[in-house]
Design a protein around this ligand. Structure first.
Ligand SMILES: NC(=O)c1ccc[n+]([C@@H]2O[C@H](COP(=O)([O-])OP(=O)(O)OC[C@H]3O[C@@H](n4cnc5c(N)ncnc54)[C@H](OP(=O)(O)O)[C@@H]3O)[C@@H](O)[C@H]2O)c1
Length: 327
């Protein structure tokens, strides 16, 4: 496993990390979480991603119970959580980054995770109704209180990230250090030219999500939605259009011959492609069973095989209509 700096922050993250969206509580109980986290950790993963909204807090409970059983040295791993959607219906508790909510949010997450602090807290989405200055101060205070070490953004516009950094610099506050953007062969808009400034000039990190486009890039949806897959889960019907998109499926099929030539799985090829982006600090993988973790963790071995010529072949498949479609 290779380790990369989280942008220009001092901390280093494993280039492949592991997240719990969809899976923990819905598909994986504490035992399955222990098995998968342990497989990832043994492969060198040091960063585990979560959010209070995942399974409405239950994903944090599962990860907290798993961490307790695993008993790893706290210095050897990083845990994150995120706030925005909230898990209660109150007027100040939904889709917001107001100061009260963020402070209550971190306290609830620490309880559910059974941790004294988390390493990273994210603003899960921008809140265009709360002044960025209020959010920056709240994140700074949470860090000053020792409840988190670093903070970042997720799916923020480049201009919003720049505004948060500038506010923090002006008041000598802890600056956000990383974005958490979607990034896979189909969706690359968070690395478009408007973000160059964020990554290059500010040295912002990136912890990227859905590297397999929810499993589509493994090739498992080529004959329709298979039993036991994310596409069959209640509450995720909104993914069907994406998982059965004929143009996308044709691209995945075309990728198959490249994977065969390289002697790897499609999943490993798709993950390795994300690793080739120098602005990516870590690719957050997801899995519903331990075999997938074992397979995905080998992607680092495939990355060196993606020569400029191979990357051009991949580009020939993915360029044009269908790329960068929003879900
Ligand atoms: N900040 C954000 O807004 C945001 C949004 C989404 C995700 N995230 C983070 O990013 C993490 C990863 O996202 P993701 O789960 O969408 O990643 P993904 O890699 O796009 O999809 C993972 C899913 O694909 C299937 N899969 C994975 N490896 C496989 C393999 N080798 N063979 C066959 N199927 C395989 C599994 O689903 P099935 O087995 O159920 O089919 C697995 O749960 C999340 O856990 C979360 O931490 C963040």
């Amino acid at each position: 496993m290779e380790y990369r700096h989280l942008g220009k922050a001092g901390i280093r993250v494993s280039e492949l990390s592991f997240g719990s969206w969809v899976t923990f509580h819905n598909q994986a109980d504490v035992k399955a979480a222990v098995d998968m986290m342990s497989a990832a950790y043994e492969a060198g993963v040091n960063f585990f991603d979560n959010a209070e909204v995942y399974a409405n807090g239950k994903s944090e409970e599962v990860m907290g119970a798993a961490l307790k059983q695993l008993g790893w040295r706290r210095g050897s791993y990083l845990v994150s959580t995120k706030f925005y959607w909230g898990i209660q219906d109150g007027v100040n508790e939904k889709s917001t980054l107001n100061r009260k909510r963020l402070i209550e949010g971190i306290n609830g997450s620490l309880q559910r995770l059974q941790l004294d602090y988390v390493d990273l807290i994210y603003c899960h989405r921008p809140d265009r109704t709360t002044p960025i200055e209020e959010t920056v101060w709240a994140m700074h205070n949470i860090i000053e209180w020792g409840k988190a070490i670093y903070w970042g953004t997720s799916e923020w516009a480049a201009a919003e990230i720049a505004a948060a950094i500038e506010i923090a610099e002006r008041h000598h506050l802890h600056k956000p250090v990383t974005e958490q953007p979607v990034y896979n062969l189909f969706e690359r808009h968070r690395f478009s030219p408007e973000y160059q400034r964020v990554y290059q000039e500010y040295g912002y990190g990136s912890t990227t999500w859905s590297p397999l486009a929810s499993g589509l890039l493994t090739g498992k949806y080529s004959q329709g939605i298979p039993a036991g897959s994310r596409g069959t889960l209640d509450g995720y019907e909104w993914l069907h259009k994406h998982l059965t998109d004929k143009e996308k499926l044709a691209k995945v099929q075309a990728l198959e011959s490249i994977a065969k030539e390289l002697g790897c799985k499609l999943s490993q090829l798709a993950l390795a492609w994300c690793l080739k982006n120098p602005f990516v600090s870590t690719v957050i993988t997801g899995a519903s069973r331990v075999e997938q973790v074992h397979e995905n963790m080998k992607a680092g071995e495939v990355a060196p095989k993606l020569t400029p010529e191979v990357l051009d072949q991949i580009e020939d498949i993915f360029k044009g209509k269908g790329e960068d479609d929003e879900d």
